[in-house]
Structures are given as structure tokens and as C-alpha cells.
Design a protein around this ligand. Structure first.
Ligand code: C2E
Ligand code: MG
Ligand code: MG
Ligand code: MG
Length: 284
């Protein structure tokens, strides 16, 4: 295709690739100081009980307010931070900040039962030897009970994981921290393998919920999700669905028996105040 497109387009494509490489390089060099300068911030997206629409918790999603490029989503810089190792201090900051925030909500809404905070962990953080001690430290200093924290690890990060990698997750799980398998269904893990992992929540990837946007829902997607939910429940795992964008999807997923949901239908990720007002309002 490139050849048929001729020399000019080729040059244009090269220029675009160069521009991307330059931006990537610029972002990579700017990353370490960005943390010191306080350029990162966290948006929170509510997790909702499908049964009654009450708020179950929130997922912390990091953003970078770059002085030249504006607000950048995690897909733009998390891979770079992973590559350079900055993900360790950045991840520590996200954990500390969101646990502090969760504790603040908790103290103001004691009647609503424990509010959960979900924090994403990348593979490098999993391999970092300080993970367990730092998490314990953050929880102790904040006063949040371990059971209110859920760490999300992608299915692909745990594929082929050996005992060394699973040990810190097991320790955290024994303390009462929930471990969720994020983007479930996009990897190629053996379902039987689930029994070996110290996870208590499956987060079903957005690609499955997408098939339910049509009316009526794609029958094959429906069957697959029904099967996953049945399997998860038989293993005592809770099921959260990502990417719920319509009321019809939410209703379908509730009927299938999914436990909690997250998506634009309820709320886009936003400032912490948003969660605060949702909690005051009692339901989304
Ligand atoms: P994720 O953990 O699977 O997070 C869900 C993503 O789906 C978020 O994208 C969220 O904004 C988006 N989303 C939520 N509801 C909907 C919906 O209804 N429709 C659609 N189309 N999208 C929806 P976001 O914020 O861009 O984050 C992307 C990924 O970056 C996250 O995927 C997570 O893997 C990673 N990430 C975010 N924050 C952190 C962090 O603090 N540390 C690490 N290691 N990774 C993070
Ligand atoms: Mg996540
Ligand atoms: Mg996810
Ligand atoms: Mg996802």
C-alpha cells in the first residue's frame, strides 16, 4: 500500500511518524519533573451497584495537565512512565492521593456502608519489591481500612505469572485488599487459571458491553457474558462491567446478574466533588 501511494504520501507518513517520535521523546523527558511540579491529577469514575443504582465506589484515573499539550490521558503517558520506571513514584502518588480522597468521602458518608476506591497497578509496579510495604504504609497513614481498597491488575499482566509475582498480591489479598482482574476477556488466560489467582473481582472489558448496545443485543455477546458471569460467581468472584453507555445495556447486564457497572451512562470520570454529590444524592 505504501508503494502504491507514491513518494509524497510516504514522506508525509514519515513526517507524521517523526512528529510522534519527537512528542514521545519530549513527553518522556518532561515526565520526571511533571511529578515534582504537580502536573498530574486524578479523575474519579463511579462504580454503581446494578441492583439499586447506589454508588459502590470509584476508580481513580490519572491525567497529566501538560503545560504545552494540555490534558493528556493515561494512554499517552503510562506506557512511557512504565518504560522509564517513573510509574513507580507516579503510581505511589496516585495510590496515596486516591486513598486519602476515599477516606475523606468515607468519613462524611459513614451511613452508606464502605465506599470502595479502585486503583490501577501496572506490571512494573507489580514487580516492584516495595509494593506491599508501601501499600500498607499508605493505608495506615490514611486510616482507610484495607477492605475499602481494590487494586486493578490487567489480565495480560498476570498471564503466565509465577509464584514470585503472585506473592505480593496474595499478601495484599490476605490483608483484605481486593484484587480485580481488569480488562478481563481481552487476554488469553486459561479460565481454569483463575482459581490460582488471588483475585476477587472480574472487570469485564468494554468490548463485551459494546455488543449489547444494539437493540436487541448481539445474542452471541449475551451468551458469552452470561457464561463468564456464571463462571465468576461459581468461583466467588464479583463481576464489574466496564463501558456501560446506555440504559438498555445496564438493564441487560443487571438481568444477567452482573454486580457492579461503570460507564458514561452513569458518569464520565470527573473531579472528586462529583462523587461527593452522588453520595449525597444516594444513587446515580
Ligand atoms: P481502565 O483501567 O480499563 O479504565 C477504564 C477506561 O475506560 C478509562 O479510560 C475510562 O475513562 C474509560 N471509560 C469509562 N467508561 C467508559 C464508557 O462508558 N465508554 C468508553 N468508551 N470509555 C469509558 P482512561 O481514563 O483513558 O484510562 C485508560 C487506561 O489507563 C485505564 O484503563 C488504565 O489501564 C490506565 N490507567 C489510568 N490511570 C492509571 C493509573 O493511575 N495507573 C496505571 N498504572 N494505569 C492507569
Ligand atoms: Mg482499571
Ligand atoms: Mg478496565
Ligand atoms: Mg478497559
Amino acid at each position: 500500500r505504501a508503494k502504491a501511494a507514491g513518494g509524497n504520501r510516504f514522506a508525509l507518513a514519515d513526517a507524521a511518524a517523526d512528529a510522534r517520535a519527537i512528542t514521545r521523546h519530549g513527553l518522556t523527558t518532561a515526565l520526571p519533573t511533571a511529578l515534582d511540579r504537580g502536573e498530574f491529577f486524578i479523575e474519579y469514575q463511579p462504580l454503581v451497584h446494578l441492583g439499586d443504582g447506589t454508588v459502590h465506589g470509584a476508580e481513580a484515573l490519572v491525567r497529566w495537565c501538560h503545560p504545552q499539550h494540555g490534558v493528556l490521558g493515561p494512554d499517552r503517558f503510562i506506557p512511557l512512565a512504565e518504560h522509564t520506571g517513573l510509574i513507580v513514584p507516579l503510581g505511589r502518588w496516585v495510590l496515596e492521593e486516591s486513598v486519602r480522597q476515599a477516606n475523606f468521602w468515607q468519613e462524611r458518608h459513614t451511613d452508606g456502608g464502605p465506599l470502595r476506591i479502585n486503583v490501577n497497578l501496572s506490571p512494573t509496579q507489580l514487580h516492584h519489591p516495595g509494593l506491599v510495604a508501601e501499600t500498607v504504609d499508605v493505608l495506615e497513614r490514611s486510616g482507610l481500612e484495607p477492605g475499602a481498597l481494590c487494586l486493578e491488575v490487567t489480565e495480560s499482566a498476570l498471564i503466565g505469572a509465577d509464584d514470585d509475582l503472585l506473592k505480593p498480591l496474595r499478601q495484599l489479598a490476605e490483608m483484605g485488599v481486593d484484587i480485580a482482574l481488569d480488562d478481563f476477556g481481552t487476554g488469553y488466560s486459561n479460565l481454569a487459571n483463575l482459581r490460582r489467582l488471588p483475585v476477587s473481582v472480574l472487570k469485564l472489558d468494554r468490548s463485551f458491553t459494546q455488543g449489547m448496545q444494539q437493540h436487541p443485543a448481539d445474542p452471541v455477546d449475551l451468551k458469552i457474558v452470561e457464561g463468564i458471569v456464571a463462571l465468576a460467581h461459581s468461583l466467588d468472584l464479583a463481576v464489574t462491567v466496564e463501558g456501560v453507555e446506555t440504559g438498555a445495556q445496564a438493564e441487560q447486564l443487571r438481568r444477567i446478574g452482573c454486580d457492579t457497572a461503570q460507564g458514561w451512562y452513569y458518569a464520565r470520570p470527573g473531579a472528586p466533588d462529583r462523587i461527593h454529590s452522588l453520595l449525597l444524592a444516594d444513587a446515580v
